[in-house]
Ligand binder design. Structure first.
Ligand SMILES: CC(C)(COP(=O)(O)OP(=O)(O)OC[C@H]1O[C@@H](n2cnc3c(N)ncnc32)[C@H](O)[C@@H]1OP(=O)(O)O)[C@@H](O)C(=O)NCCC(=O)NCCS
Length: 182
């Protein structure tokens, strides 16, 4: 289940919800997030990602997805048929990275990115067994850092790291700390 098939999560004019592949592919994209659409292709074939469309006033404007979900599907989807516990190794971690993109600059700065992350936190809290979300961002990506901060993520690490020579900041949010705030 690599793309969301459940109900919309909505706040005011922003929603995250099921994937309309044609609308995603047709959405105008600025050059620096062109590669963002590659996430859709990835999500369709990976089982460690879970893709949502981001819409604003009913129009597709972006995407958001937990990825590198480091536990098995039963733990994430919370749909183990018999209610069987997931393997202990996966139950211990329950962590995912978050990717999010607003496709066009005309839609940036309206609070859509912040609301999309807030809605993902609500989904994770209500509908999954995930416990930790991580936003990794480059040091010069102020918009992404502000989204993380405004959504209650805490700076936990900064790079450079070995796999990515670019300077980065790593923000973490934990369900248990926020259960009553979302
Ligand atoms: C990051 C991104 C999703 C933010 O989406 P958005 O809808 O514009 O964000 P919001 O409108 O909710 O704004 C959140 C904060 O970022 C700030 N911000 C937005 N664009 C900014 C920019 N270009 N430079 C600096 N700050 C910016 C806003 O002012 C706001 O902060 P404030 O409340 O202190 O004023 C969007 O800029 C984007 O898609 N960027 C390219 C992809 C990307 O970097 N993804 C994140 C990878 S980790």
């Amino acid at each position: 289940m690599p793309v969301h098939v459940g109900p919309l999560y909505r706040e005011h004019e922003v929603a995250i919800g099921p994937v309309d592949v044609d609308a995603i592919l047709a959405a105008p994209v600025v050059a620096d997030v062109l590669t963002a659409k590659e996430w859709l292709a990835e999500a369709l074939v990976r089982d460690d990602a879970y893709y949502f469309t981001v819409s604003w006033r009913g129009t597709v404007v972006g995407q958001i997805l937990p990825h590198d979900i480091n536990h098995n599907n039963a733990a994430f989807w919370n749909t183990a048929p018999s209610g069987a516990a997931a393997p202990s190794q996966t139950m211990e971690t329950q962590e995912a990275l978050v990717a999010f993109h607003i496709f066009a600059t005309t839609h940036c700065g309206k609070g859509i990115g912040t609301t999309a992350v807030t809605l993902l936190q609500r989904y994770v809290t209500d509908g999954t067994m995930l416990r930790t979300l991580i936003i990794n961002t480059s040091r010069d990506n102020r918009a992404s850092q502000r989204v993380a901060q405004k959504c209650g993520f805490v700076l936990v690490a900064e790079g450079p790291n070995r796999s990515d020579p670019q300077d980065y900041l790593s923000y973490m949010w934990t369900v248990s700390l926020a259960r009553n705030k979302i």
